[in-house]
Design a protein around this ligand. Sequence first.
Ligand SMILES: Nc1nc2c(ncn2[C@@H]2O[C@H](COP(=O)(O)OP(=O)(O)OP(=O)(O)O)[C@@H](O)[C@H]2O)c(=O)[nH]1
Ligand SMILES: [Mg+2]
Ligand SMILES: [Zn+2]
Length: 352
Amino acid sequence: MPSDLRPLGWDEEWAAAFASYAAAGLLPARVGRVDRGRLEVHLRPSETVHAVAHLEAGAAVEDQPAVGDWVAVDPRSDGAVVTGVLPRRTLIVRSSAGRRSEGQAMAANVDTVLIAVPLEREARLAQLERFLTVGWESGARPVVVLTKSDVVDHDEIDVALLRAREAAPGVQVLAVSAETRTGTDALRSAIGATTAVVGQSGAGKSTLVNALAGAEVMATQATRQDGKGRHTTTARELIPLPSGGVLIDTPGLRGIGVHDASDGVAQSFSDIEALAEECRFRDCTHETEPGCAVTAAIDDGALTRRRLDSYRKQLREVEWAGRRNAADARAAHAKRWAEQTAHGKGHGRGVH
Ligand SMILES: Nc1nc2c(ncn2[C@@H]2O[C@H](COP(=O)(O)OP(=O)(O)OP(=O)(O)O)[C@@H](O)[C@H]2O)c(=O)[nH]1
Ligand SMILES: [Mg+2]
Ligand SMILES: [Zn+2]
């Protein structure tokens, strides 16, 4: 086993999954950077090489190598050629904002996903709940990090922690200052072997990465006057930590879709789903039905209406995407059928 890959997260299980590639003379590598299709891979921790992907025809967008993927590299050609991607343990997928509900792989094989929320601005809880859904859906463990705790006072931190915990039941929520290093030890013990940082632009993701790495590995930039970020980080990038393990920094996102994340929604809103089990009617819509445990929880303050609305909105988005996918599949089927029919005619089956 190439032992120098261990600090990057390589283990016996990866080696077993790689066996057939190894037998074919290929080398394992971890994707370190993806920038609009341009790939850099780590054949060893401290060094990346440029690579091009030659995958089987018909590979879906989600099958393309993402940061964090373990790939098979052909060392014999000039420059590295990625010929295979090992099955992923987890995958953070971002639904694209476009008309088609195609997912975009943001990072693969992530154990812990840090959702960075800046304390300098009032948190948008519905957006945090979207990041949590995408985090849960990925299979990684989400952790909420309230950043820049040095810019607000203790009372404000306490209020923000309460609000974030309301939006993130069952999730660890930490307040951290990368500036004063308050909370960074707690954060260090919360992260996994592969940890990705996601959030809006200017949330302090790259500053957090630098604090954890103990070096200025990522560029950072002051936010604008209105508190918005400047989209400083433009590519997804994997940073090996001196103590072992890796971080993945990602570009800031304006928003995030939850289109294909029905399991994620269920995990994100496990509190509401558990309450719904107690409703008198199986098909309770939690509107005006008698014996509704969800509205009862709102009445006694255990659940906010805001959170129920957020849950409904995410459910609608997932449902809508499901219908659109089905429609897309029908259209593709009809097109193939039409093409085949035209093809048949072209070969003169005598139907002119
Ligand atoms: N006071 C204070 N400022 C911070 C802290 N963390 C980050 N900042 C500042 O917030 C601004 C944005 O930080 P970045 O790390 O570039 O933010 P980002 O999330 O990586 O932004 P994008 O790359 O655009 O997505 C910079 O001016 C940082 O210095 C902190 O703990 N305290
Ligand atoms: Mg950044
Ligand atoms: Zn109900």
